[in-house]
Design a protein. Structure first.
Length: 369
């Protein structure tokens, strides 16, 4: 339970990135905040996986009687190898070809601070809007490994619970203060409930807490969290259009609970070797592959097409306009549009994976824990 690759979690990455892509490319036309749920799923999954990695490293350090600084160094080297090359290559290309607003906002982009820019100025960043979530991930990495590696075992769960309550409390504070919704949405400390819930589950599983494992082995957590999430979505819509108390304060918490219920089911199924339709579906070769390249898909999708910022004169807009003249039914056009954009993005991400990411990732083998 403490180690091992779980293919279905890569399949879950497919689901997360699909929610983001469909919502973004349809102009937020989904009946629920699909991209919010997709990003939150990524955060919870990251919290689970990173915590599991660090707990294994912490345990090994103690077995070998070595300082945790070793694992801390290995963690940052491995994260750098995985994340930085494609990100900075993309920023470099965007800068050279002068895609707005990259040159004007280059400091914020190079330092992974686009989320803080959005929070400070309460406005988005056009074609690089979506990079805010990568900034949140990087800022999470700056402090979270220190908590896991250097806190005592008995205090870990307390700190993870604190992260959850702090995050919800901060969102409530910003809401009551009358801040624009975007500020509590993009700040790293207002996203900590997602990471904390993922981390807390990793902690309990790592410790072998049978009550937790048995609870997630069944379908009840998914059913309860799904019903709760649907109630929250309908509650938010009762306020009318726009953002409100439910969307600004509560939504991410319930997205996180739904996310961890699915992650928990997949992890426990893998542990117990109990296959079911969900595990088999998310472990299918196609979904696992798309999940593996989801980092590239997420980075590139907004540059393939952005509903709000891609000019009508661009090649892809002309293609889509031509497609719309052929496929007149709105529903069929949306499906054809998303299929075309997905194919282009997957091809780009595949090239990125095989030519850049996968070869560079081999260097991680030199920096094991």
């Amino acid at each position: 339970m403490k180690k091992g690759y779980i293919p279905a979690l890569d399949g879950l990455r497919f689901l997360a990135v699909a929610l983001v892509l469909v919502d973004h490319w349809s102009g937020d036309a989904m009946p629920f905040q699909a991209s919010y749920l997709g990003v939150c799923l990524f955060f919870v999954l990251s919290g689970f996986l990173i915590t599991r990695i660090l707990l294994n490293a912490k345990h090994r350090d103690e077995e070998l009687e070595r300082n945790h600084r070793f694992s801390l160094k290995q963690f940052y080297i491995r994260r750098t190898i995985r994340i930085f090359p494609v990100y900075y290559l993309t920023i470099g290309i965007l800068y050279v070809v002068n895609i707005e607003p990259v040159r004007d906002k280059i400091f914020w982009l190079l330092t992974y601070n686009t989320n803080n820019y959005i929070a400070i100025y309460e406005r988005w960043l056009g074609s690089v809007d979506h990079l805010w979530s990568l900034a949140v991930e990087e800022q999470f990495y700056l402090f979270f490994p220190f908590l896991i590696l250097f806190l005592s075992w008995k205090n870990l769960s307390k700190v993870l619970y604190l992260c959850i309550f702090l995050s919800v409390g901060l969102r409530l504070f910003f809401y009551l203060r009358g801040d624009e919704w975007v500020r509590p949405y993009v700040l790293v400390f207002t996203c900590l409930d997602a990471f904390g819930i993922g981390g807390l589950f990793a902690y309990y599983v790592w410790k072998g807490e049978q009550k937790v494992i048995e609870f997630f082995a069944g379908w009840l957590p998914i059913c309860l969290s799904l019903v709760a999430y649907i109630i929250i979505v309908f509650w938010s819509k009762s306020y009318g259009e726009g953002h409100n108390f439910v969307t600004d304060v509560l939504l991410r918490l319930f997205e996180s609970l739904l996310s961890i219920s699915i992650i928990g089911k997949l992890v426990v199924n893998e542990y117990q070797k109990a296959a079911n339709w969900l595990t088999r579906l998310l472990s299918s070769a196609v979904l696992v592959y798309i999940g593996k390249i989801s980092y590239g898909i997420y980075i590139y999708h907004n540059f393939v097409y952005n509903f709000y910022h891609t000019p009508d004169s661009s090649f892809i807009s002309r293609v889509l306009n031509r497609m719309q003249s052929i496929v007149s039914a709105p529903g069929l056009f949306q499906i054809a549009k998303i299929c075309l954009l997905s194919a282009i993005t997957i091809i780009l991400a595949s090239l990125s994976w095989f030519l850049i990411e996968k070869p560079i990732n081999k260097f991680k083998e030199r920096f094991g824990y």
